[in-house]
Write a protein that binds this ligand. Structure first.
Ligand SMILES: NC(=O)c1ccc[n+]([C@@H]2O[C@H](COP(=O)([O-])OP(=O)(O)OC[C@H]3O[C@@H](n4cnc5c(N)ncnc54)[C@H](O)[C@@H]3O)[C@@H](O)[C@H]2O)c1
Length: 379
C-alpha cells in the first residue's frame, strides 16, 4: 500500500484532533510539520519522528512530501495552500477554506494550474453517518428528498479563543468557523445540488464578548429541496442531550472580551504540545441533530449509525464505530492520488460551500434573502 507522505502546516487545537488519525491510518505517514511554536514542533518530532520547519513555505520545498494539510489560522489558508500547490504538493485545507471568495478562487486556480488535488476537508460532512445518509438519499429508495435540518448547540463561543477567532473580518465567529460543517452536511445530503438562495439571521447575544455566536439560515436548493441550519455557541442548551449523550461539547471556560492573558494561556493549553493524551474518537461522530426527510422516510443519526423511519416503523442501520478524524480525508486523497479517482470534496466544492457561508453573513446584514447567482455545477 502506497502511504502518502504528509506535511502538517499548523499544529494547533484543530490539528490536535487529527493526530490520532495520522497515527492510526494505514494510508498516510505524518512526515513533517511546520509551525511558529518550536515547542509543538519538538513534541511532534519526538512523538511521530516528523521533520520540522519554522515556516510553511520552507516545508513546502521538502521534496519528500506528497500532501500538505493546511491547519493554520483561517487568514493564512490561501497563502499556505497556494505555496504548497506551487511547490507541486497536493493540499487538504481545513474548513473554512479561506476568508474571501477571491482567496478560494486563487487556491483553485493554483491547483488547476499545477495539476494538483485540493481537498476542502476537516468537515463534519465527512463523518461516516452523514456519508451514509447522503448515500441512502441518493439511492432513491425513499423517494425524493424534501428537507434537511441540521441544528447544533455547543459552548464554542466560550472556549479559549485568539481575538481573530471571534472577528468576522478575519474569518472568525461561528458563521465562518461552524457553518462550513452544516452547509457541507446539507449539501452532501442534497447530492451536491446547487444552493439557489439563502435567508439568514446572525446573533451577538453577549455584549461583554463581542462576536457572532449564533445564527440560523434557510437554504433553498435548485431541485426544490430545502434546509435549515441552526447553531448556537453560547453554551446553554447542549445538543448532546438529544443525540444520546454523544458528541458532547467541552465545558465553557472563558467569559468577557477575548484576548486576556488568562484566555491566551488557556488557548495555548488547548493546542498540541505533546503533553496531553491525543483525542480518540469513540462511538459515532455527531454534529448536533441532522434529520433528512424524503417522500417515504425520515432519516437521522442513531447511537450506532442511522435510524430510518418509514411506514414499517423505525429500523437501525449500524455503522462501524470509532473512525478517527481525518481518515475520510486521507481515503479520499489516497483514492485521488494513487488511483486517479476525482475528489468529491474538491476545492470547487469548498468554494461553493464558502459562497453559502458568505451569503449567510450577507443575508443577515441586509435583512433579506440572498440569491446565489453564479451558476454552480454539481460539486
Ligand atoms: N474541523 C475541526 O474540528 C476544527 C477544529 C478546530 C479548528 N479547526 C480549524 O483549524 C484551523 C486552526 O484553528 P485552531 O483552533 O487549531 O487554531 P490554533 O491557533 O490553535 O492553531 C493554529 C496553529 O498554527 C500555528 N501558526 C499560526 N500562524 C502560523 C504561520 N504563519 N505559520 C505556521 N504556523 C502558524 C500556530 O502556532 C498554531 O499552532 C482553523 O482553520 C480552524 O477553523 C478545525
Amino acid at each position: 500500500m502506497t502511504r502518502l507522505r504528509f506535511g502538517l502546516a499548523g499544529v494547533g487545537a484543530g490539528a490536535k484532533n487529527l493526530l490520532t488519525g495520522f497515527g492510526q491510518s494505514e494510508l498516510v505517514k505524518l512526515a513533517a510539520a511546520a509551525d511558529v511554536r518550536p515547542e509543538a514542533l519538538a513534541a511532534l518530532n519526538r512523538q511521530f519522528g516528523a521533520r520540522t520547519y519554522s515556516s510553511v513555505e520552507e516545508m513546502c520545498r521538502d521534496p519528500d512530501l506528497d500532501v500538505i494539510w493546511v491547519a493554520t489560522p483561517n487568514p493564512f489558508h490561501a497563502e499556505h495552500a497556494i505555496a504548497a500547490l506551487n511547490h507541486g504538493k497536493h493540499v487538504i485545507v481545513s474548513k473554512p477554506m479561506a476568508v474571501t471568495l477571491d482567496q478560494c478562487e486563487a487556491m483553485n486556480a493554483a491547483a488547476e494550474r499545477n495539476g494538483r488535488y485540493l481537498l476542502a476537508g476537516h468537515s463534519q460532512a465527512m463523518a461516516a453517518p452523514i456519508r451514509k445518509m447522503a448515500e441512502l438519499v441518493a439511492s432513491g429508495e425513499y423517494g425524493r428528498l424534501a428537507m434537511v435540518h441540521t441544528w447544533h448547540y455547543t459552548d464554542w463561543f466560550y472556549r479559549p479563543r485568539l481575538p481573530d477567532e471571534l472577528d468576522e473580518a478575519r474569518g472568525g465567529g461561528v458563521v465562518f468557523r461552524q457553518s462550513p460543517h452544516q452547509v457541507d452536511i446539507v449539501r452532501a445530503i442534497c447530492g451536491g445540488e446547487m444552493v439557489d438562495s439563502v435567508s439568514a439571521s446572525t446573533f451577538r447575544l453577549d455584549a461583554d464578548r463581542p462576536g457572532t455566536g449564533a445564527y440560523t439560515a434557510f437554504l433553498r436548493f435548485a431541485g426544490g429541496a430545502a434546509a435549515t441550519l441552526a447553531y448556537s455557541g453560547y453554551g446553554r442548551f447542549n445538543a448532546a442531550e438529544i443525540t444520546f449523550g454523544q458528541g458532547r461539547a467541552r465545558t465553557a471556560v472563558v467569559r468577557g472580551r477575548s484576548g486576556s492573558e488568562e484566555e491566551l494561556a488557556l488557548k495555548e493549553s488547548s493546542r498540541y504540545t505533546g503533553s496531553d493524551a491525543l483525542p480518540v474518537t469513540h462511538g459515532q461522530p455527531f454534529f448536533g441533530l441532522t434529520v433528512a426527510s424524503c417522500e417515504r422516510a425520515d432519516i437521522r443519526q442513531s447511537p450506532n449509525g442511522l435510524y430510518v423511519y418509514d411506514e414499517s416503523g423505525q429500523s437501525e442501520i449500524t455503522l462501524p464505530p470509532d473512525e478517527q478524524r481525518g481518515e475520510a480525508e486521507f481515503q479520499e486523497m489516497h483514492e485521488a492520488v494513487v488511483h486517479g479517482r476525482p475528489l468529491t470534496h474538491s476545492g470547487r466544492w469548498g468554494q461553493r460551500t464558502h459562497e453559502v457561508t458568505l451569503a449567510i453573513v450577507e443575508s443577515a446584514r441586509l435583512g433579506h434573502e440572498v440569491r446565489l447567482s453564479k451558476p454552480t455545477a454539481a460539486i
